[in-house]
Structures are given as structure tokens and as C-alpha cells.
Design a protein around this ligand. Structure first.
Ligand code: AMP
Ligand code: MG
Length: 354
């Protein structure tokens, strides 16, 4: 990364039909080894040429991300798979057929074409085909392979709006394509296809149940929903503190009425200590809380809304300087597993039983 600040261009695009001239300009930046943040259906990505080791190095530097935490390679066509994979397992073909383009990342053995800088030194590569016209157009314009982690500074919540990317990366990257709010709001499901049994390393919109319908046998890494004590998690990214607001976040679990009562008691206690307080809740309970900042993620009945608004709310607590945050918990079924995984990580796995 250059020492001089870059002039980050923020360009609005129509996410479904992006202006070809803007895509060409952004594609050229990537081909020249620069960085462009772009919208996908999950969260905003920070893109660099996946086959250029210098681009990957720049991605790590811009994010402040440890360089052993591998990047996901984004492709736009099935034909792009063969050159970057040492082998394409049958499971990959079946999952691609069922879920691509879409929020599913698959890990397979890499070919020599993919530099180790992109895979954090591993012999495997994580690959995804996003379901987003701007992302697909940009991948094609860049030559077919974009390495892209989430476009946040390392450790902060992933960006669901271009303004979040500006907050974290302005002056560190060449361009941001602003396609408005993303569709899903949490990162892709990651499934490792290199072992005996396909293994979910990160839950997302594509659930274990959905994968099982295609593959039969699927397992979820047992360390996903609990703290790893000195163990070696399989997705290197799982080692690092993630998605976390600056304040202290605690999850409160139990029957709805008791949770509300308990959170209000915790807030009263924190407030009496002079702390600025926040609550992460749902439409159903919004009116019942007495904190400095109260944010609803949407209706409890609509897990998509909860997921979509989660990171934005965590960022708003930072903006407001909230010191103690209490969050309601959610069902871990289906897509709820992805939401609870992010909340648990953001809370450092602190759960208060109401
Ligand atoms: P992000 O792009 O910010 O969502 O982070 C990418 C995630 O994919 C990280 O948690 C990585 O650890 C994980 N990942 C990428 N490539 C691999 C790989 N080859 N093996 C295991 N995990 C991977
Ligand atoms: Mg990330």
C-alpha cells in the first residue's frame, strides 16, 4: 500500500443495470492492481485482482486484516472454475447448480494459478459466484477473478451500505461503487468440500438444511456457536474478533417478557454507573425499553429483516458512542443460525440467561 492517501471515488450505480462505462473504469482499476469496493447480495466486498499477489497484499493492508486470513475468490461464470481448482468435486457441481449465483462459498483444492497471497498461504481456495448484476459485471470487466473479503476495516461489522465502506476505507482504496443497500446483510455460507463430509465453516443464508437437501450428508463445524479455547478453527477467519461494536455487547436469552425486564434492569444498572446504554431489539418490544439508544432490527417473525439490519445497528451504536449494549436473542433454527453466530461473535460469546 502506498503511504499517500488515495482519492477514493464514490460512484452511484443502478445495482441491476450498472452503467457499462463505470464498470469498465472500475474493471480497469482492478486490472491495474487497484482496489474497488462493490455491492453484492450479501455485504459490500473489497475487490482486487485475485490472481495478482500484489492486489491481495493491498487488500490485507487496506483492511488491516491479518494476512493468514484467506480471501474469497469471486467468479461470474462456471467456466471460470476449472483454471483455479486442482480438482472440482462432484459435490461442488451439484451445489453450484443449486445455489449459484448466490450466497454460498465453497472451499476446494486450488490450482497454481491462484497465488498463496490470496488464500492466506493455504492450498485450498474459497470460491463464490455472487447473485448481483453489478458484482458480476465487475468480475467480468476485471478479467474474471476478484478476491474480495467484506469491505470493512478488520474487526468492524461488515458493510451493508456504501457509507459504511466510506467510514472504514476512505483514502485507502481507489473506488467504491454505491449500489444502495445489500439484499441479505450477512456474509455467505462457507462450506468446506475438501474433507470426507461437507462441513459448514460459516453459517449464512444457505442453511445446513438446504445443503442437506442437495448433498445428503452435511455437518456444521461444532466450534461455530461457542468460544474456541486455544483450538484451531478450520476457517482461519473464525480465530479473529469479528463484527464487534466498540461498546460491550451482551446477549440476553430467555422467555420474551423476562428478557425485556432483565434488559431494562441491566440498563438501569449501567446508567447508574454513568454509562451510555443501548438495546438491540425487535419491533415487538421496541416501545418497552428505556436506554439511550434503542434499535429495532425489524419483526421477530421476519428473520431476513433481522439479518439485514444487524450490522447497520451495530455501527450506529459506535456512532452514538454507546458503551453498554444489550441484545435480544433469536432462534438458532434455519437462517437464525447465521444471525446468532454473528451476534455471539460480536458479544464475545457473552450470554446472560434472563
Ligand atoms: P470475508 O471475505 O471477510 O467474509 O472472509 C472470508 C472468510 O472465508 C474468512 O472467514 C476465511 O477464513 C474464510 N476462508 C477463505 N478461504 C478459505 C479457505 N481456503 N479455507 C478455509 N476458510 C477460508
Ligand atoms: Mg469479513
Amino acid at each position: 500500500m502506498e503511504n499517500t492517501e488515495l482519492q477514493t471515488q464514490l460512484l452511484p450505480v443502478d445495482s441491476r443495470t450498472p452503467d457499462p462505462a463505470i464498470i469498465a473504469q472500475a474493471g480497469q482499476i482492478l486490472k491495474d492492481g487497484g482496489l474497488v469496493a462493490f455491492p453484492t447480495e450479501t455485504v459490500y466486498g473489497l475487490g482486487g485482482d485475485a490472481l495478482n499477489p500484489d492486489s491481495s497484499r493491498k487488500i490485507y493492508a487496506a483492511k488491516g486484516r491479518p494476512s493468514d486470513n484467506p480471501l474469497i475468490v469471486h467468479i461470474a461464470e462456471m467456466e471460470a472454475l476449472k483454471p483455479i481448482c486442482a480438482q472440482i468435486p462432484e459435490t461442488m457441481r451439484r451445489l453450484a447448480e443449486a445455489f449459484w449465483p448466490g450466497p454460498l462459498t465453497m472451499i476446494v483444492p486450488k490450482s497454481d494459478l491462484v497465488p498463496k497471497e490470496t488464500t492466506g498461504g493455504l492450498d485450498t481456495v474459497a470460491i463464490r459466484m455472487p447473485d448481483h448484476e453489478t458484482a458480476l459485471a465487475l468480475i467480468r470487466a476485471a478479467g474474471g477473478y476478484i478476491a474480495a473479503p467484506s469491505a470493512n476495516a478488520s474487526g468492524r461489522p461488515s458493510p451493508t451500505l456504501a457509507s459504511h465502506v466510506m467510514e472504514d476505507l476512505q483514502g485507502r482504496i481507489e473506488m467504491i461503487l454505491d449500489g444502495g443497500e445489500v439484499g441479505i446483510g450477512v456474509e455467505s455460507t462457507i462450506v468446506d468440500l475438501t474433507g470426507e463430509v461437507p462441513t459448514i465453516l460459516r453459517p449464512g443464508y444457505v442453511t445446513e438444511e438446504m445443503l442437506r437437501r442437495v448433498l445428503g450428508e452435511v455437518q456444521t463445524d461444532p466450534t461455530l456457536m461457542q468460544k474456541v479455547e486455544g483450538g484451531r478453527p478450520k476457517a482461519p477467519g473464525m480465530r479473529y474478533r469479528h463484527y464487534a461494536p466498540k461498546g460491550t455487547l451482551s446477549l440476553v436469552e430467555g422467555d420474551a417478557a423476562v428478557v425485556t425486564e432483565r434488559i431494562n434492569a441491566l440498563i438501569a444498572e449501567a446508567a447508574s454507573e454513568g454509562k451510555k446504554t443501548g438495546v438491540l431489539c425487535t419491533e415487538e418490544t421496541l416501545a418497552e425499553y428505556h436506554a439511550d439508544v434503542v434499535r429495532s432490527l425489524g419483526s421477530r417473525a421476519d428473520m431476513r429483516s433481522i439479518a439485514l439490519h444487524l450490522y447497520r445497528a451495530l455501527r450506529e451504536f459506535d456512532t452514538e458512542g454507546v458503551e453498554m449494549i444489550y441484545a435480544e436473542s433469536f432462534s438458532r433454527d434455519g437462517f437464525g443460525q447465521a444471525v446468532m453466530n454473528r451476534l455471539l461473535k460480536a458479544a464475545g460469546y457473552t450470554i446472560i440467561q434472563a
